[in-house]
Design a protein around this ligand. Structure first.
Ligand code: PLP
Length: 395
């Protein structure tokens, strides 16, 4: 009776949002569930940002804005790229959208045709393959396991590129693995990309600031300036400023491409919420010390969590470089429990240990689960205790 489009039938709802919802439902029903499925900081948006939003309302900034964002915010984004990344962009090379997800969607809609191939390194952020399918293009997944720190090599990239390849996704530091590419690793990828001028690079820098490596953050255009005119940088304020609900993301890249993405946005959502734009402006131009405090807390939690998980038989875990996720390999535990899939293991953990996690297969990496450490230290300690108790039962 309702023959839906082939494109929508090809995709599934976001699995991370589904886990959070299930955990919330169980909690509401009275279960003592610890939900570590969420992908958002547990911090409150800093006060000066909230104040800026209130002021924006009172000043009457409650109408349509320019489709691509208010000029002040676009200028602030250009200043951010100059300050943090030594990358020079004009406001006409920047588009503000309703969250990082929206920026990515605009890019895929503007750049891809039916049958075009998109290279997606796995473990990947859940939405890349489905968004690719939704615009009729083909995800080509490169697998990178724990032994290569979940990062693809230049040789793997070279092998995956075909005459149909039109886009490569890079996400560093990575959701779900927490791993970041070093400058040398990116330079090696750049060498390959130089040989394939048709391939555009989408670097998703959403977690840029949530990083604790000795080497400062780098992305592809920073180490390979000659590829800047083939790269779109995708970012936003959601994670760095604990602003997931405000829905402000942005893209920077070559002017013709940004103009095309703006055209897509003009015929779909128009401008992102005016009030959120003023809040994002305050975030990018105000006191940045909040980020350091939040990252320091995430790092402490990371260290405790990795130490705790390392002691659990059947788990293999590598310390991450950043983000607020841990991504242990759980094949040993799956074997001990006698289940074939990570989905089953996560179901068992939820029903027997009251811990909600996202199975690695959602990220194209079966045999793992993702724990978000956007939760208090006590909660994390308790989650580790429960997982350890669960594992001990089957040891
Ligand atoms: N990119 C990555 C890697 C993410 O993890 C997320 C959010 O989970 C996004 C983009 C999208 O962020 P936003 O909430 O701004 O749409």
């Amino acid at each position: 009776k309702y023959p839906l489009s082939q494109r929508v039938n090809a995709i599934k709802p976001s699995p991370t949002l589904a886990v959070s919802q299930k955990a919330a439902e169980l909690k509401a029903a009275g279960a003592d569930v610890i939900g570590l499925g969420v992908g958002e900081p547990d911090f409150t948006t800093p006060e000066f940002i909230r104040e800026a939003a209130k002021q924006a309302i009172d000043a009457g900034h409650t109408r349509y804005t320019a489709v691509d964002g208010i000029p002040e915010l676009k200028k602030a984004i250009c200043a951010k790229f100059a300050r943090d990344n030594q990358l020079s962009y004009e406001p006409s090379e920047v588009l503000v959208s309703a969250g990082g997800k929206h920026s990515i969607f605009n890019l895929l809609t503007a750049w891809l045709d039916e049958g075009d191939e998109v290279i997606i390194p796995a473990p990947y952020w859940v939405s890349y393959p489905d968004m690719t399918l939704l615009v009729g293009a083909i995800p080509v997944v490169i697998e990178a396991g724990i032994d290569q720190a979940y990062k693809i090599t230049a040789a793997q990239l070279e092998q995956a590129i075909t005459p149909k390849t039109k886009l490569l996704f890079l996400n560093s530091p990575s959701n779900p693995t927490g791993m970041a590419y070093s400058a040398d690793e990116l330079k090696a990828l750049a060498e390959v990309l130089r040989k394939h001028p048709r391939v555009l690079i989408a670097t998703d820098d959403m977690y840029e600031h949530i990083l604790w490596t000795e080497e400062p953050f780098v992305n592809l255009p920073m180490v390979a300036p000659d590829l800047k005119d083939r790269t779109v940088v995708l970012s936003g304020v959601s994670k760095a400023y604990a602003m997931t609900g405000w829905r402000i993301g942005y893209a920077a890249g070559p002017k013709p491409l940004i103009a095309a993405m703006k055209k897509v946005q003009s015929q779909s959502t128009s401008n992102p919420a005016s009030i959120s734009q003023y809040a994002a402006l305050a975030a990018l131009t105000g006191d940045q010390s909040f980020i350091g405090e939040m990252v320091s807390e995430f790092r402490t939690r990371h260290d405790r969590l990795i130490a705790g998980l390392s002691n659990i038989p059947g788990l293999k875990v590598r310390p991450g470089d950043g983000t607020f996720y841990a991504f242990p390999n759980i094949e040993g535990l799956m074997q001990a429990v006698g289940v074939d899939t990570d989905v089953e293991l996560c179901e068992r953990l939820l029903s027997e240990a009251n811990v909600a996690l996202v199975p690695g297969s959602a990220f194209g990496a079966p045999g793992h689960f993702r724990l978000s450490f956007a939760a208090s230290r006590d909660t994390l300690d308790e989650a580790v205790r429960r997982i350890a108790e669960f594992a001990a039962k089957y040891a």
